[in-house]
Design a protein around this ligand. Structure first.
Ligand code: GLC
Length: 474
């Protein structure tokens, strides 16, 4: 079985979010169970060719659309048959993936639309011979549309990692990308007078999935559907939820080179040593207090507002807090402004993977108060590192965290999106830490043993591909 996996970001080549991690770890897990996967992404200027041994294959492909002629050169990682890149410096030789801090690039329709055209041409010319094309998010969502338009005998899967980003452009995109005005209708790409790439991917692919079962249900409702709930409901017969996994080779406290002291399920008490050294490094004090961490993009989605609105109360709790992240300028300036202000709150406004690993290893609790969460990877990483999770019960968080008040529970969930509900959960975790010592110790050992690897989910993707090839979905 041959799968062509399309993504606008793949770790370690380029990353802005969880999509990059999944676009690396899922193809890897699929290869391990015998699926032949090739992945393709744009070759941004920021990709380090030398470091990764990325070289030209000699293959070129031209795309001719309303916006002009675009030549792409196919590159690949020299010693691998799995990582491919499409190079066009005019479109992708820029400093950012999607736009500057001031805003998205105005030609993102042409950038990612012609990328999709180029992939389809490479299939037509026999350079790629996939049974299934697996598109991820809006950036590659025109591929299923073009494959269907051309009637190619290739099955298509569209994965939604975050429905809030749909790739919506002025209707001129129809001509700029030579899509044909027949596609500009409500049953195709048209969306409130504009062109919606992801809507196209949903309608024209043979199957659609999102990255957790709960989010798959949520997106068919107006609250989470971002205007596409009706479409998703209509196509719910081909809509699935498959929970993401994390790469257990990459996230392993036994071998992680960045943490202070390595440990395993049987030596989980060594987290204390990590905590002691982390507090020392960051100027916090009080090893006997619970350490809460937040790691993530500073974006509305991640529930940053709940943390900001709790800032009056957190300093008075018998606990330490460490916050690491960067993102929207408003949030960045808020967190910069409280740096060093409270003795029990450490703040770092940055993207810093080594520091994040030390935090996972040192913490007692991870905070994840997300407004919505298609899957979420941080909670799985945290538990793999023996850190209990305090999270809002939404999307993938609801599928991976079970509240301590339930039989077999091992985390702290709250439902209402309010600072009061958030603080109540935090205080409950503080109290649990001081007053349920032995249960706390047992739970952190327990969460380390939960299987958040790709083992199960990679098999689910493989079965879905098989069903597509056998024509069982549509
Ligand atoms: C997006 C989602 C996140 C998910 C990730 C990978 O970043 O916001 O919840 O885990 O994609 O699928």
């Amino acid at each position: 079985m041959r799968v062509l996996f399309l993504s606008s970001e793949i770790y370690p080549f380029a990353k802005t979010g969880g999509l990059a991690d999944v676009s690396a770890s899922l193809p890897k897990a699929l290869s391990e169970i015998g699926v032949h996967v090739k992945s393709v992404m744009p070759l941004y200027r920021t990709v380090d060719l030398e470091k990764f041994g990325i070289v030209p294959t000699g293959k070129k492909v031209s795309v001719s659309v309303g916006a002009g002629n675009f030549d792409f050169e196919v590159y690949k990682v020299s010693n691998s048959v799995s990582h491919y890149f499409l190079k066009n410096d005019h479109l992708f030789g820029r400093d950012y993936l999607y736009g500057t801090p001031e805003g998205d690039y105005p030609d993102n329709d042409v950038r990612f639309g012609t990328f999709c055209w180029a992939v389809v041409k490479l299939i037509e010319e026999g350079f790629f011979k996939p049974d299934v094309v697996h598109a991820n998010d809006w950036q590659t969502a025109l591929t299923p549309v073009l494959i269907s338009k051309k009637g190619l005998k290739v099955k298509t899967l569209q994965t939604i990692h975050n429905l809030a980003y749909q790739g919506i452009f002025p209707k001129e995109a129809v001509e700029r990308l030579s899509l044909g005005w027949e596609l500009f209708n409500m049953e195709a790409l048209e969306f409130w007078g504009k062109v919606n790439f992801l809507k196209g991917g949903i309608i024209f692919s043979d199957a659609v999935n999102t990255v957790s079962p709960t989010y798959a249900r949520e997106i068919t409702t107006p609250e989470f559907g971002y205007g596409l709930d009706g479409v998703l409901k209509k196509y719910s017969y081909k809509l699935f939820g498959i929970l993401n996994g994390i790469d257990y080779d990459v996230w392993n406290p036994e071998t992680d080179p960045y943490i202070y002291v390595n440990y395993s399920e049987n030596t989980v008490s060594r987290k204390e040593e990590n905590k002691r050294l982390f507090l020392k490094e960051t100027g916090l004090s009080g090893e006997e207090k619970p350490l809460f961490i937040f790691i993530g993009r500073f974006a509305k989605q991640k529930g940053i507002d709940l943390i900001m609105e709790s800032m009056e109360e957190l300093p008075s709790l018998p606990a330490n807090f460490a916050i690491l992240g960067t993102g929207d300028t408003g949030y960045n300036s808020f967190f910069n402004s409280i740096k060093g202000k409270y003795p029990n709150i450490f703040v770092e406004v940055a993207y810093d993977e080594p520091l994040s690993r030390k935090m996972y290893a040192s913490a007692d609790y991870l905070l994840m108060p997300s407004l919505y969460e298609p899957c979420g990877l941080n909670q799985m990483i945290a538990m793999r590192y023996g850190t209990l999770v305090v999270a809002r019960k939404t999307g993938g968080l609801a599928d991976t965290v079970r509240d301590v008040d339930k039989p077999g529970g091992y985390g702290f969930l709250f439902e209402e999106f309010s600072p009061e509900a958030f603080l109540k959960a935090v205080k409950k975790a503080v109290d649990f830490y001081y007053n349920s010592r032995s249960r706390f110790a047992r739970l952190r050992q327990f969460v380390m043993g939960i299987d958040f690897s790709w083992n199960n989910s990679a098999l689910k993707y493989m079965r879905l591909y098989e069903n597509l090839i056998e024509g069982k979905v549509k």
